[in-house]
Design a protein around this ligand. Structure first.
Ligand SMILES: Cc1cc2nc3c(=O)[nH]c(=O)nc-3n(C[C@H](O)[C@H](O)[C@H](O)COP(=O)(O)OP(=O)(O)OC[C@H]3O[C@@H](n4cnc5c(N)ncnc54)[C@H](O)[C@@H]3O)c2cc1C
Ligand code: HEM
Length: 368
């Protein structure tokens, strides 16, 4: 696909133009304003199609994607329409490599990918709703741009500590974003999220500055592999940066509930001391549980007093406190932090299969 790379943006625009002109009924499934992330669908199609012979690796990803598409209102008969426009866009922008052979290969690949998604969605219909409605029951502003939003789903919402969901607000219909659960499953069924309003962010801005108790949002199914393996006694080394501390807090609660005294070392990274918006509950948990240690790491310098932070970057702090031989690692936060954290851990000898993090763009960009 070397021919497509340099013109990927044009291919994406052309693909959607074809789709909406030929199948105007599909326009209503997509957000009113197609933002910068509109190329996710197209990139995933290209990547999945290129990796189609590696079906084992792709099946989990595609099954999850297919189940997740139920919330968009995607139906089996939509797949041929998307496939036909994908071929149309490729034929136009890869004229040198396009021909009957390339077309046959793409039809084969697209059909295989679609079938996995369609089958997974169909199997999911009997066991799970396409989406959940959830009412905001509390909204707590922790800093000028970070809020803890707690919601009550209209039906039981099964998930595991460390996972995330997709969320749509009433102010940006059909615009879905990912947010991590900030606590382990609770007996009252409530779900909490820590949301940071990013500059000009559509969904995060609405959740932090606009959402109030009584507002109703929609949730997609849970996802993510950053969950605790309760069959081992390995320690847990957790790195959470910014609101990436939310799923780490859920993991702490999960380990506490399982009652096993596994060592758990949490490094909580933030730019400044005042960005450590969730430090108090974590320090309270650390005082209660002798197996838990919580170390705040502040980029702009140490914070004294009870918080007693380390100054610097998360990966350096983690290197300083190792070795982490009998530990599994969990990382959550901005992509750059996760990448440098993984590098630091692997550099200190931790095997990659002991490192868990969710960075969903990974598979999509793998084939770029
Ligand atoms: C697995 C996963 C879990 C996540 N969990 C959480 C969570 O628990 N809490 C949370 O607050 N967020 C979380 N996010 C990020 C979240 O999904 C959104 O990307 C984020 O809230 C921005 O969405 P938006 O619609 O407000 O911004 P958009 O409208 O998508 O973006 C607006 C502008 O901001 C830029 N931008 C996007 N993200 C950032 C950023 N982080 N910093 C600076 N600029 C940015 C964009 O490039 C764009 O220019 C998670 C993401 C993933 C992939
Ligand atoms: C093999 C086929 C397909 C693949 C690989 C694919 C892949 C993707 C991916 C990766 C995303 C990004 C968000 C997410 O992870 O859910 C996405 C979003 C979306 N897809 Fe698909 N998709 C396929 C087919 C379809 C079909 C047939 C439809 C129905 C017309 C559809 C409708 C949508 C919609 C509405 C979105 C949300 C768009 C947005 O948020 O801007 N997809 N798709």
């Amino acid at each position: 696909m070397t021919e497509i790379g340099p013109v990927a943006d044009k291919v994406t625009s052309y693909f959607y133009a074809l789709l909406f002109v030929r199948h105007p009924e599909l326009r209503a499934l997509f957000p009113a304003a197609m933002d910068a992330q509109r190329d996710r669908l197209f990139k995933a199609l290209l990547t999945a199609a290129e990796h189609v012979d590696d079906a084992d690796t792709l099946t989990d990803y595609l099954s999850h994607l297919g189940r997740g598409h139920r919330k968009y209102g995607t139906r089996p008969e939509h797949y041929p329409a998307v496939g036909e426009c994908l071929l149309g866009a490729l034929a136009r922008y890869a004229p040198d490599t396009w021909g009957p052979e390339a077309e046959a290969a793409w039809v084969h690949a697209y059909t295989a990918v679609s079938q996995i998604m369609i089958d997974a969605a169909a199997a999911d219909e009997s066991v799970s709703p396409a989406w959940w409605h959830a009412e905001v029951v509390s909204h707590e502003l922790r800093t000028p741009d970070i809020a803890v939003v707690t919601v009550r789903p209209d039906q039981p919402y099964p998930f595991l500590a460390g996972q995330y969901t997709t969320l749509e607000t009433p102010w940006w219909p059909r615009v879905w974003r990912h947010y991590s659960f900030a606590s382990a499953p609770r007996s009252d069924g409530l779900l909490s999220f820590h949301v940071k309003a990013v500059p000009a962010g559509w969904v995060s801005g609405a959740l932090v500055h606009r959402a109030r108790p009584g507002d109703v949002i929609r949730l997609g199914p849970p996802a993510g592999s950053m969950t605790v393996d309760h069959t081992t006694d390995n320690g847990l080394l957790c790195l959470g940066g910014g609101t990436g501390i939310a799923p780490i807090r859920a993991l702490v609660e999960d380990v506490a509930e399982h009652g096993r005294r596994r060592l758990m070392d949490v490094f909580y990274g933030a730019r400044t001391g005042s960005d450590l918006y969730d430090i108090d509950p974590l320090l309270t948990l650390a005082r209660k549980h002798p197996w838990l240690s919580v170390r705040p790491v502040v980029a702009t310098g140490p914070v004294g007093g009870e918080v007693n932070s380390i100054s610097g970057q998360l990966p350096d702090a983690v290197r300083q406190y190792g070795p982490w031989r009998a530990y599994d690692a969990y990382l959550s936060g901005p992509a750059g932090m996760v990448r440098s954290g993984v590098d630091a851990l692997m550099g200190s000898g931790m095997p990659s299969e002991r490192i868990r993090h969710d960075f969903i763009e990974e598979l999509v960009t793998a084939g770029d």
